[in-house]
Design a protein around this ligand. Structure first.
Ligand SMILES: *Cc1c(COP(=O)(O)O)cnc(C)c1O
Length: 369
């Protein structure tokens, strides 16, 4: 079965092999050297002065980021399941919170964020997703972050890049905390989160020094010395170094960005040529989300008979959408099979007769445009 869900993603052979080696202790020179390599690679990838690796899934770093960086009030962008999580984190920690909410297909815009900041001077942090995975939606985070900083450079910008890191180049010039997770584009098992930090964020973290397990000041102190406050997720960090090696072997990260973009656009074109509708108004590159109120659930289950596993929706969209992953290093022959399988499924369900056009549109788009 081809795993084509937007997280977790399949773990490639070379990463699995690296992680299959005998366990090493985390307080050793040997592991410190691996940790140092992972830190350097991540800092280069994110273009930020500091990065922390935490033993948690992505949501752990979201919580750590809000807790450490928001002093008085959080403005969060809620256009899906993950955007909603910011508000839940704030509530759990009794941090005052206000939200900008949209339908899951609609991105936030610069004007409404500035409007919210102007009308409430208590807000000292803004949290947003780069790709809101609930609908495969891309928010214009770079523009929003830039506008926030020109309005007031002291307002913290927290960006959840869990389905953007390793997918596309991210301009972090105006971002203070950039969050990632191991089980998406890094093609690793779940269990490690990442948080890249600006100098401004580092200053605030060190000054505030909050939390215990997720105390980022303690982590900064340790991780600068290539160790961690608590037991490190050693296996996943070893896998992360293997990920960077694999990317290098495949022509480097810029090549991967180009490949992912082509794959994403080719899939979108192929599915649209079958008469299917893309759900979000602004599509993220990490995944393609199809909206089909009547048939999404049937298409998804029929896809399994062609050995393809894609994700359903969540909450009110559960049976109305399906989501196809583009994160990681995906072979073209697998991605073309997925659009073929969708076309075959439409035929099985008597929605549209098979004529092989999805494959043709996909390959034309990938290789000829
Ligand atoms: C997967 C994901 C998360 C993190 O979820 P975890 O289950 O905690 O790893 C957060 N935000 C987005 C946008 C995601 O896609």
């Amino acid at each position: 079965m081809l795993l084509f869900t937007p997280g977790p993603t399949p773990v490639p052979e070379s990463l699995r092999q690296a992680m299959a080696l005998p366990t090493i202790h985390h307080r050793t020179k040997e592991f410190e050297a691996i940790f140092a390599k992972a830190r350097e690679e991540l800092k280069a990838l994110l273009g930020l002065p500091e990065v922390l690796m935490l033993a948690s899934s992505g949501s752990g770093a979201m919580e750590a980021g809000v807790l450490s960086l928001c002093k008085s009030k959080l403005l969060s962008i809620n256009c899906g399941k993950f955007g909603e999580r910011w508000g839940k984190i704030a509530k759990a920690h009794k941090i005052p919170n206000t939200e900008i909410t949209h339908q899951w297909d609609t991105p936030a815009n610069v004007d409404e964020v500035l409007e919210a900041l102007k009308s409430d001077s208590q807000i000292d942090a803004v949290a947003i997703q780069i790709c809101e995975s609930a609908g495969g939606l891309r928010h214009p985070v770079e523009n929003i972050a830039k506008a926030i900083k020109s309005f007031n450079p002291n307002i913290i910008v927290i960006a959840d890049a869990i389905t953007a890191m390793g997918v596309e180049p991210i301009d972090t010039t105006h971002i203070d905390a950039l969050i990632g997770g191991s089980q998406k584009a890094f093609m690793l098992p779940p269990g490690m989160s990442i948080i890249g930090l600006s100098q401004y964020a580092i200053d605030i973290i060190e000054e505030r020094n909050v939390g215990l397990y997720f105390n980022l000041a303690t982590e900064l102190k340790n991780q600068r010395k290539n160790t961690t406050a608590w037991t490190a997720p050693t296996t996943i960090i070893i896998g992360l170094v293997a990920f960077f090696d694999l990317v290098a072997k495949n022509g480097g990260i810029q090549n991967l960005y180009v490949h992912t973009k082509k794959l994403s656009i080719a899939t979108q074109s192929a599915l649209e040529s079958l008469g299917l509708r893309i759900y979000p108004k602004e599509k993220a590159l990490a995944m393609t989300t199809i909206y089909d109120e009547a048939n999404a659930a049937n298409i998804r289950s029929t896809l399994k008979t062609f050995d393809v596993n894609v994700a359903a929706g969540q909450d009110h969209l559960k049976e109305k959408i399906f989501r196809i992953n583009h994160m990681g290093i995906i072979p073209i022959y697998e991605a073309t099979w997925v659009v073929n399988a969708v076309e075959l499924s439409l035929d099985v369900l008597h929605i549209r007769a098979f004529d092989g056009s999805a494959n043709k549109v996909f390959l034309d788009s990938y290789y000829k445009s």
